[in-house]
Design a binder for this molecule. Structure first.
Ligand code: 5CA
Ligand code: ZN
Length: 478
């Protein structure tokens, strides 16, 4: 790794901070010579492994993991009209095998409906084959024309978790949508990232869906990031791909489907929500290193101190913690700086006086120094890590509260959306939405909002005054 020069920009300069922390904390190397493609460093990859481990754990309760091909024949891809319209500008095409033009062009999956559903058509025969709940975690390719950004807007999405389910009825698919939302809520709870759930306006739903429920969070600069979506596909795709079952009367019925996806944007949100001016701050559950032990060396007791550090590390490792001892020949300050940048939740310092007094000095990444009794170090460490998790959640919720504004007067919109997200009442009428977007210079993100952070009573549309209008989010998004 090259020498680290200068310092991390302050988080208040979010864009500078974000770009810098990715290499300083060794998450992504952005120097790969293709636009929109980036390289995971081992440290970043090990965060990814743990974050996706949580996702797998949640889905494995009642889904099965599978793997479908990357290449989709043009003939299959072109079958569903709305879906094509939504993606045609974003697809990469493989046109040649060596120097020979292919008879049928092959798309690099931008998402896998058109790869998976022709196979589902073969797999589903009778009611007994339903429901199907399958997911895969793969790379997918989108020729994005908006400004690309590591982990946020990629041309190769490296960590695309897509789930695809098949059900007998529309209502069963709707239940699955609710189930997926609950699963995503649980996922982001585990990462201490508060989310806003809402229904995308019709013109912004997934191409080929009946409706789309989106999961957004608010980034440090007040812009929203869509970090997950759940789509009710109705029977659009099953009619196109003939995903049918025979009902009890022997008649063919079209299935109803859902799909839902999460990408490495979840990791962009994790980094951005919790990090500070000194670097990453990771929730213990996903931190590659949870505890770093820094021996404070005094020359004539060096062996004794190092032994004490190793004993401590061993005890913590045996209790299941991911621990590193930093014995590098560097100033302690430089070591602290290094591990703080990497977001390690807890630092333990052990020196001659600590040994004599039977204590260990503990410094939490979220702040605060405390001496812990060496004799009960395991429960004490557990308590400290819990303290860090609580602090992260608390800070993140305050961040959302500070950037989410109830707005009843349209003229206040421009100022509010410069600082965050406006929650308004909207009647679902397109003309009112256009007017809102024009006044706010921001987008109508979603309606029928679900969150515990604001009051969700219905009210009068902020434009036309229609009563009974639902709470709707307006903001600038990534
Ligand atoms: N087939 C459906 C569900 S799997 C689908 O593709 N939905 S999606 O288009 O909304 O993508 C799912 C999620 O992937 C989005 O909510 C967003 O968080 C993420 N995502 C979409 N495009 C990109 C991109 N270019 N870079 C990074 N993440 C992306
Ligand atoms: Zn209205």
């Amino acid at each position: 790794m090259e020498e680290q020069e200068g310092t991390l920009p302050q988080k208040s300069d979010f864009s500078g901070w974000y770009n810098d922390i990715l290499w300083r904390a060794e998450i992504m190397d952005v120097r790969y010579p293709v636009k929109g493609l980036y390289v995971w460093y081992p440290f970043g990859f090990s965060i990814r492994k743990r974050v996706y481990g949580i996702l797998r754990e949640l889905l494995d309760r009642d889904h099965e993991e599978a793997l479908f091909p990357l290449l989709i024949p043009e003939t299959e891809f072109m079958k569903e009209a709305e879906h094509i319209k939504g993606f045609e500008e974003e697809v990469y095409w493989v046109t040649h095998g060596g120097t020979t033009p292919l008879d049928v062009k092959l798309a690099l999956r931008p998402t896998s409906e058109t790869a998976i559903y022709p196979m589902y058509a073969l797999w589903v025969r009778s009611h007994a084959d339903l429901p199907i709940k399958i997911y895969q975690i793969v790379n997918s390719f989108r020729y994005e024309t908006k400004h690309t950004r590591p982990l946020i807007r990629l041309r190769e999405i490296t960590s695309f978790k897509e789930a695809h389910t098949v059900h007998a009825t529309w209502d069963e698919a709707e239940n699955q949508v609710e189930d997926a939302i609950a699963r995503y809520q649980e996922f982001y709870d585990r990462l201490n990232i508060p989310i806003l759930i809402s229904k995308r306006p019709d013109w912004d739903k997934f191409p080929g869906a009946d409706y789309t429920i989106a999961v957004d969070t608010i980034m440090p600069d007040g812009r929203t990031l869509q970090i997950g979506t759940v789509h009710h596909l109705g029977d659009h795709f099953s009619k196109t791909y003939h995903v049918c079952y025979e009902d009890s009367k022997g008649e063919q019925q079209y299935c109803h489907q859902t799909c839902y996806g999460i990408s490495e944007r979840s990791i962009a949100a994790l980094i951005s929500m919790h990090g500070d001016d000194r670097g990453l701050i990771l929730p213990p559950e996903v931190a590659p290193v949870q505890i770093v032990i820094v021996p404070v060396i005094m020359k004539k007791r060096e062996t004794e101190i190092n032994q004490a550090a190793e004993l401590l590390a061993k005890e913590l490792q045996d209790a299941g913690y991911r621990v590193k001892i930093d014995t590098r020949d560097m100033r302690p300050g430089a070591k602290y700086y290094y591990w703080e940048m990497k977001g390690v939740p807890l630092r333990l310092e052990i020196g001659p006086r600590d040994i004599d007094n039977g204590i260990v000095m503990a410094v939490l990444r979220t702040g605060g120094k405390e001496s812990l009794p060496r004799s009960s170090i395991i429960p004490e460490v557990e308590r400290k890590l819990k303290e860090q998790t609580d602090a992260l959640l608390n800070r993140a919720e305050n961040h959302i509260k500070d950037h989410l504004f109830m707005v009843n007067d349209a003229s206040a919109l421009p100022e509010k959306v410069l600082n965050g997200v406006a929650a308004i009442h909207w009647c679902k009428n397109r003309e009112c939405a256009d007017r809102i977007e024009e006044i706010a210079d921001a987008s109508v993100l979603g309606t029928d909002v679900r969150t515990s952070l604001i009051d969700l009573c219905t009210g009068n549309c902020i434009i036309c005054g229609k009563p009974g209008s639902l709470v709707t989010l307006v903001g600038r998004s990534y």
